[in-house]
Design a protein around this ligand. Sequence first.
Ligand code: C5P
Length: 300
Amino acid sequence: MNSVTVRVPAKVNLQLAVGPLRDDGYHDLVNVFHAVSLFDEVTAAAETGMSVRVEGESADQVPEDDDNLAIRAAVALARHAGRPYGVSLAIRKAIPVAGGMAGGSADAAAALVACNELWGLGLPLDDLMEIAADLGSDVPFALLGGTAVGTGRGERLAPLEVGGTFHWVFALADGGLSTAKVYAECDRIRAADGLAVPEPRAAEPLLAALRAGDAEALGAELANDLQPAALRLRPSLAATLEAGRKHGALGALVSGSGPTCAFLAASAGHAEEVAAALRGAGVAREVLTAHGPVPGPAVV
Ligand code: C5P
């Protein structure tokens, strides 16, 4: 086999409950992940060394060296297999870079699946999951897709049954936000407030809305503890969220650590209406529609 191409979806967080800062610098989370139909494509081709090329949406902001999370994934997989494998990775990006939609994690997950195939390793998902958890908190979900509750730093996953398809609008912002900086800002805001930070808990009404496929109920339950920090670091997002609410979105929130904003719509047609209104309001660099949940990485 000379090359393998894997298509991998972005995620939005439907609930992101952030607990107190842990001693290891991470936070315990309850993280309801939902994979949506915005896809990156990663092609792995046989080569002696390790290299990566990136093209597409904001490709100039993605490192093409050993810092690239997809290359780190390939290196970790080769190490796990105990052989000096090589690969040339080509990433075609559509997921916003540093946008709170786990684009880098998606590329890493896709690289694991593609290299597992290219090198004929035949490793089971459980092995890939372990490697994924070392690469980043969001990489295990990126391997899984669908909808799942993540606990711990987000890497312990329980898949959820979802009773329907949800329709989304995503407002992309200029430039990204650093996940670490958003968590640090969240800690600062909480320290200034001086309130005790409760242990994160899954919101039962949100899980019930997912099980029922009830978009209206889900819209009312969307919640992100990182949103105040993202808004502090990027105040213009407040107008973006407000424009979506004003134009009839069932729910509006910052996706993960931002700055992408996510809006829930009642149907595919309604999503197009909300998207058109957001484009008209001039509150985003680009506006995209998508649906979820969608399956995780797949060889194409
Ligand atoms: O795990 P990952 O490398 O994706 O995390 C990036 C940063 O996000 C971490 O360095 C940490 O600052 C923050 N983070 C956190 N708690 C989590 C996940 C991420 O504080 N559960």
